[in-house]
Design a protein around this ligand. Sequence first.
Ligand SMILES: [Zn+2]
Ligand SMILES: [Zn+2]
Length: 422
Amino acid sequence: MTEQAQSTTEQDCPQCGAGMPVDERYPVWCTECEWNVAPELFVYGVGGTAGLRRESAGRHGTATFEELAREGTKGHRARLTPAHVLSYALALLVHGLSFALLGVGVWLLVRGWTRPLAAALGLPMALLFLVLRPRFPRLDTSLPRLGRAEAPRLFRLVDSVAREVGTRSVDVIVVDPYVNAAVTTYGLRRRVLHLGLGLWSVLPPQEKVALLGHELGHFANGDTRHGSFVGSALHTLRLWVLVLVPERWNGRFGRLLSLLVLRGPHHLAQSALTLLEKVTRRGFPRREYLADDLAAQVASTEAARDLMETLLHAEHIDGELRRLSEEAAQGTGRADETLWQRLAEHLAAVPPRERERMRRVSALEWHQQDAGHPPTHRRIELLDRRGPSAPRIVLDARTSRAVERELRPAAQTLAQAVARGA
Ligand SMILES: [Zn+2]
Ligand SMILES: [Zn+2]
């Protein structure tokens, strides 16, 4: 009986009777009628999840998608949208207020230093500026970093992608274990690329080029400049809300003070924060779609599309990475750089049928890479509409191997780190 069950490689669909191949590592589903196509969704309910996703993508997200679907993304570059202008203006106002505070504080201290009241007002104002001032993000120091000297081939690849999308290259590459990649600025004008080995190591060479195209595309489109300026204003506003929160002030005098003086400003700061967060999020879908277009321009539409499909497996990759690090932690696996290789092999072994299922699931649940990215199936749809294109940069096998060699020390360090963390 059990023997027979094991040897069965096909089942009949209980809904339409079509044959369904069985692979016990993955859900069994029907390609004809989509029976059991998304068992994971029944936990949350298909309707609810899709509805929530749609809501979070928002009416604006849909409008952006429809606009780009109509006009096409090809050659469509970033432009100043009303949301863009408004977020810049709000951020400028926030930072302007901090500098005004400093100006008045210093003025009070200088002009009225003999008068105790002026000094008592001026000093806290000037000190408050130190807390609220615009900040340049710093670089995370705990993760392995690569400079040009340590990774010349990787930098040459990144440089060529940067040239292709028309932007300055990065100054440093920070390697982390996550199934992700990102670009940010730090210091005054320094650029950093965060390369998550959980993603990088599972990507075939041309998808790696697409990933770099997408990330450097964010620089080319000015997204990081916008991000760091508005981001630091958001930080300042959150501090304002924290300082002004009325419940913070106790005692009869404190309560009176909060009622008369703080309630209004607190409300104002909170509203400004909500507004700035909202207008900033409105720009997210557009910049991701346009970065995808640059990824396609550099690596070919096909490679960009393949990258999107790999992103559909992000959770799966994450789960496997956790399993591998637990094995290594218990001493049954190895905590060396081969961990990333095994992760890649695991993903490569996912059968086409399961890949097809994930494509269908993504449209049902509106899969998103993270809160800042539009639904993956829509990114795929825009790439499909873009039409096929030839790659402008090809990552050949030799360069690919050289790049992996350069990443090996970081891969080693991170493999040990995830095994310790498991
Ligand atoms: Zn069926
Ligand atoms: Zn992006």
